[in-house]
Write a protein that binds this ligand. Sequence first.
Ligand code: FEO
Length: 405
Amino acid sequence: MIPKDTAVPIRDDIFWIGGDDRTATIFEGAFPIPEGVSYNSYLISSEGKTCLLDTVDSSIASKFWRNLRKTMDGRDLDYLIINHMEPDHGACITQVLEAWPEVTVVGNSKTFDMLENFYRISPKNRMVVKEGDELVVGKHTLRFYFAVMVHWPEVMFTYDVGERILFSADAFGTFKAVSGALYADETDFDRDYLNEARRYYANIVGKYGAKVQNVIAKLKDVPIDMICPLHGPIWRSDLGYILGKYDLWSRYEPEERGVTIAYTSVYGNTAAVAERLAIMLKERGVENVTMHSMTVEHPSYAVADAFRFTNIVFASTTYNNALHPSMSSTIEDMEIMAVQNRRYSVIGNGSWAPQADRIIEERVSGMKGMTKVGETLTIKSSLAPEQVPELEALADAIAASVSES
Ligand code: FEO
């Protein structure tokens, strides 16, 4: 358990100096984080040498500085390694350089361009590294592996060769504050974190599956005992669990057989059809069915379930002779995050000139590897009693597709 506001040793001379933010409601100006988020930073202090790995977001700067000052105990900082320049980890870089102007900043050429662009600072001492370069800090040999576009171009991982620790930037991180648990094995990760880890991956990194695969392949033969991400708990056991999830997600393979139903409804009639379909699917033995009301829910939740399950149902009303804007932005997010290789079904509603079904079909069929399941169901204002068999047939087709997958 983490004592409040304190640095925690993860090895004799390596310290976690991060913290939780439970006050922010939106991450990256885009994603709701109702359960907060954590920011991790790490400090190596070995044989008289000190090295900071990334900083934190401005929201927890005071905690970070308290932890850092306490752990530094009046010494000078020798190195600052920047694995990722996004400001949720770089917000304290300027202050670090003010506190220790002689510090050697370690990054790649893209890191320094971004440092200049974000903060208009140009460190006096810099070490520009290339793939595979090493830096010795006391008894630690640190090797740099580039993780280009996971999820920014400058991202790199730092690998402690002796300790077999991978400092993995955003990779293997998650939304949700860590609630006292520093390590994943101190949590019921599957129950308490997996949904938020998947939502984080799908919406932050999801587009870059091929790049994640490159890094997984690169690290295949590198012995790793611990993974230290910049968000969420540290992995020190069962690393195959989170590596396996990343492998599946980045290959765009579903984790589970199941159906997610994303719908928009103005007066409750499209919602009623979606709910009736969900009941029919459960009656047909489909174990996993989730529903997302896109008029009230952020698209990131539906995107995450699109990564999770084999089947997606899109059900939407027509709005101003176009697709309801909430469904439009949901599909747009799935397009952007490269959702692919899924089975999809379509339900459209329109009171006088239905357009939703046609637009959904056009856009979703344009996504890579998408397979249509069942016939499109088009309703006018509400489901007519004589259309129930059509809905039953759609449920039959989806249930068969799930069990075949
Ligand atoms: Fe957590 Fe890409 O920043």
